[in-house]
Design a protein around this ligand. Structure first.
Ligand SMILES: O=c1ccn([C@@H]2O[C@H](COP(=O)(O)OP(=O)(O)O[C@H]3O[C@H](CO)[C@@H](O)[C@H](O)[C@H]3O)[C@@H](O)[C@H]2O)c(=O)[nH]1
Ligand SMILES: [Mn+2]
Length: 736
């Protein structure tokens, strides 16, 4: 428009102190270069001690230096976004677009129906015109229990939504609301409604929990609702017809809440599943939802949330529309991603699952280069760009909502019937779905690759991180779950690097160079495993043998090492605290950093290679959102959980024991031989490295040797890893 006096709907501000940061980063890079020079110029000659170790370290340090450069892309140019929601209301309140919310669930045992409907209720209660809001629940578990819970939720919504709107409550997930808000803090005029609403919530909860305990739907309930007839006795989770029901039709004049206001549309969908057709995990579910919703509500904006990520901020949609509807810059924005925050993080974030630095620093950095990653839950898309539309400068996507009339109850059945085929197994055959349209198939991080392809078509994205968190989810609460989740992400990211859409080459020239580096930073996660493994094994073995691989105390070459180590860790420490972490949290983060690189990333690396050779299939292991009581007790006390015989633990324990053996062996030799001080002068950094590895592993030694509870390391893992570690040390000591 370029009109005068134009007031934008959002504003972008650069982070302060970038110049200072850049100077600091340049100085670290100078240190890294000196380390490379040192390594290259001091390679031991053939036949001298430590030649192979040295060359290996050279490789590792070149890798780390290169990777460090990649990570700079996400710090170089950080930006923050601020929206003007009042201007949005002033200009567009009557023309706001339709918004379709997709909630995904896949398994009623690890994603309990109560959790699912709380998420559904939280998004139904968005501060948004209800006739423009539609909520779709995709149930890949095809579960009668989830369906039943949704039926109950549709009833409860008639009380819950008016309650939320009248008293402007936050958060709007009833479960979260009733635990965070105490009755004493409620005004007298609200108190009565509070108790009535709470009571009806509890009643609903009871009904649903009883059904869950029973494991099936009682005949009495079944006979009350004809929807259950869609489950025939022969159908199973992996083999059933499309189940689709419009529980509330927002366009039906009769669907009203207790105060007579219109309700948002609510739809249950379990797409068709057949054993002979691959269902493509979450991407498949999302694509079915895109089609089905286009027939029912066809909102121009699509929000996806996982079933555990309830809306914690009822005005988040308005934040998003400030980006989409801004007259000058809005037309190039394809999606708006919110950070994923979690409500079950403990004080010191034992498993480092809050991903603090990624969401508080790195994504702001990527945003400065034209867009953040699409990371699934908490992302708003324009329907058209998600369906494959290319960006053309000057062409506009109209967001205005057009009211298409009311719909009588009799027509709902017809609508359900003709929507059903859109979710069938065969619908996508010979179409572009999963390729150019919708979410892409074949990658366990369907979101990241889809977002990248959208950006490669010329679109930008926005990272929106307001101070009131827009979504809160459930993070893994055991070490295994954490490592498995990271393995899936790492594997997916690595596949993207090797795919047609590789940010390393395909994206070149299509997205900005900074963003390209930013993507590479995540896509190269798994390549870190080899360098990290080398660094955490070989220097320790050489320490045991008394061979130095780093500069000695009085050598000037120690200075670049010391500078890089101190400045890099100081930055990381300050950054971590700045993102709201604790000191112990930072220490835990270092441990998980090590564990991820030496197990998740390693397994992801191996699997991706096997996969590309055709030996294995990619899977999507769903993260469990429930725990046994004693597991969650330990989680709350921040005691690490090792009670699982995962092969990842064997690797971790082997490394931990190896380092302990080397460290103790070295101490023993030094004390009885040349003395600690002399050994320290000769090998300061190796002692430091091995010592830190031992310190980081303290909880693991405890789990191996001291703990008695169920979270201790299983004896089979302990036995195997002892045998591996000790034999490796002995072989190295005597044979090499
Ligand atoms: O066949 C499937 C498998 C999973 N899901 C759903 O996908 C979501 C994500 O699964 P979860 O096990 O919770 O994975 P997370 O690692 O926690 O999820 C992150 O990573 C995923 C990609 O790996 C993204 O899709 C998610 O949005 C993002 O939050 C859940 O709602 C599931 O119900 C399906 O709908 N169908
Ligand atoms: Mn999840």
């Amino acid at each position: 428009m370029g009109n005068e006096g134009y007031l934008p709907l959002f504003e972008t501000r650069r982070a302060k102190g970038t110049v200072l940061y850049r100077v600091f980063a340049a100085s670290i890079f100078a240190g890294i270069c000196l380390i490379w020079v040192y390594r290259l110029s001091h390679i031991p000659k053939a036949g001298e001690d430590g030649r192979y170790g040295w060359i290996g370290l050279l490789g590792a340090e070149i890798w780390f230096g290169f990777y460090w450069l990649l990570t700079q892309a996400s710090r170089w140019n950080r930006v923050y976004r601020y929206t003007f929601k009042d201007r949005l209301s002033q200009r567009y309140e009557n023309e706001l677009p339709g918004v379709d919310v997709f909630v995904c669930t896949a398994d009623p045992t690890i994603e309990p129906p109560m959790m699912v409907i709380n998420t559904v209720l939280s998004v139904m209660a968005y501060d948004y015109p209800p006739e423009k809001l539609s909520v779709y629940l995709s149930d890949d578990g095809g579960s009668e229990l989830t369906y039943y819970a949704l039926l109950e939720a549709a009833e409860f919504a008639k009380h819950w939504i008016p309650y939320c709107k009248r008293y402007k409550v936050e958060p709007r997930s009833p479960a979260a609301y009733f635990v965070t808000v105490s009755a004493d803090a409620i005004d007298d005029d609200q108190a009565k409604d509070f108790w009535v609403t709470k009571k009806s919530y509890k009643e609903m909860e009871n009904q649903i929990q009883n059904a869950v305990k029973l494991g099936r739907i009682s005949e009495e309930v079944r006979s009350k609702c004809k929807g259950f007839s869609q489950w025939d006795p022969n159908s199973s989770r992996r083999d059933h017809d499309t189940i689709l029901q419009i529980l509330i039709d927002g366009r039906n004049p009769n669907s009203r809440d207790v105060e007579g206001c219109v309700l948002p549309t609510l739809v249950y969908l379990a797409r068709e599943k057949r054993p002979q057709h691959h269902h493509k995990f979450k991407a498949g579910a999302m694509n079915a939802l895109i089609r089905v919703s286009s027939n029912i509500s066809n909102g121009q904006v699509i929000l996806n949330v996982d079933c555990d990520m309830y809306s914690n901020n009822s005005i988040a949609i308005r934040d998003v529309l400030c980006f989409f509807m801004d007259e000058e810059e809005g037309q190039e924005v394809a999606f708006v991603q919110f950070p994923q925050n979690f409500e079950n993080i403990t004080k010191n974030d034992l498993y480092s699952n809050s991903l603090r630095v990624i969401y508080e620093v790195e994504f702001h950095g990527l945003d400065g280069y034209g867009g953040t990653l699409y990371v699934g839950s908490g992302c708003f898309h324009r329907r058209e760009t998600l369906c494959g539309r290319k960006f053309i400068k000057g062409s506009k996507i109209d967001m205005k909502w057009e009211f298409s009339g009311q719909r009588e109850e009799s027509r709902i059945h017809e609508l359900e019937e003709n929507s059903r085929s859109l979710a069938s197994c065969t619908f996508e055959e010979n179409t572009q779905w999963g390729k150019e349209m919708g979410l892409k198939y074949g990658c366990p991080v369907e979101d990241v690759i889809t977002g990248l392809s959208i950006q490669c078509r010329g679109w930008k994205s926005v990272y929106c991180n307001p101070s009131r968190k827009a979504f809160l989810g459930v993070a893994p609460t055991t070490l295994t779950q954490t490592l498995v989740q990271h393995k899936r992400w790492t594997e997916g990211n690595f596949q993207i690097l090797l795919s047609k859409y590789s940010p390393a080459w395909y994206a070149h020239g299509k997205i900005s160079f900074g963003l390209q580096l930013g993507y590479c930073c995540y896509c190269f996660w798994c390549s870190n495993s080899l360098a990290t493994l080398f660094y955490s094994i070989v220097p320790s073995l050489y320490l045991l043998k008394g061979i130095s691989l780093f500069p000695q105390v009085w050598s000037p070459w120690l200075i670049p090492f010391a500078y890089v180590i101190v400045s890099k860790y100081t930055r990381s420490f300050v950054e971590f605290l700045g993102c709201g972490g604790t000191i112990l949290g930072w220490w835990n983060d270092q441990r998980i950093w090590l564990y991820k690189r030496t197990s998740s990333y390693l397994f992801a690396f191996i699997d991706t290679i096997l996969n590309s050779l055709g030996y294995s299939d990619t899977a999507f292991v769903i993260t469990s959102k429930v725990d046994d009581e004693d597991v969650s007790e330990r989680y709350k006390k921040e005691v690490m959980e090792f009670g699982d015989s995962s092969p990842m633990f064997t690797v971790l324990a082997t490394l931990a024991i190896l380092n302990l053996y080397c460290f103790l062996g070295f101490l023993n030799k030094a004390i009885s031989g040349e003395g600690i001080a002399e050994a320290y002068e000769k090998m300061p950094l190796q002692i430091l490295l091995c010592g830190v590895l031992v310190l980081l592993n303290l909880p693991l030694y405890q789990a191996l040797y001291l703990r008695k509870d169920k979270g201790k390391m299983p004896s089979s893992v302990a036995f195997k890893s002892m045998a591996f570690a000790v034999s490796a040390c002995i072989c190295f000591q005597y044979l090499y």
